[in-house]
Design a binder for this molecule. Sequence first.
Ligand SMILES: [Zn+2]
Length: 133
Amino acid sequence: MCHEPTYARPVPRDAFCFLREMTMSAVAATASVSCGSEARGESFRALLVAQREDCVRQRQLTVAEDTASPGDPVVAGRAADLLRTIEEIDAALERIEAGTYGRCVRCGGSIPDERLEFRPHAAGCVACARSGR
Ligand SMILES: [Zn+2]
């Protein structure tokens, strides 16, 4: 997978841009508009979609394995983990649509790009993830 360093240029988030985002979430399915944090989410969307496809494929294999040898707790655990990851990816894709991607769902702080690159479906910042459990 190739990462383009498109996040290098900071985009000011002005009021006009925010308004456009509000309108955008209402007409989410239309053509993509590059603007502020929306562009940030867009650069991760392809990554999330690819990761989701990969998880779905792995889960199908795991479920097939579970059918072949039912009752294996390792296989069942892996299937559950994959399902949870798929759900987290779906939630991240929803945040891209809503224009809140890259912000911590708990404290509202910005999640660093390094963390999103490592874990694009991360819902919280490092501090919240640590104190979470
Ligand atoms: Zn946080």
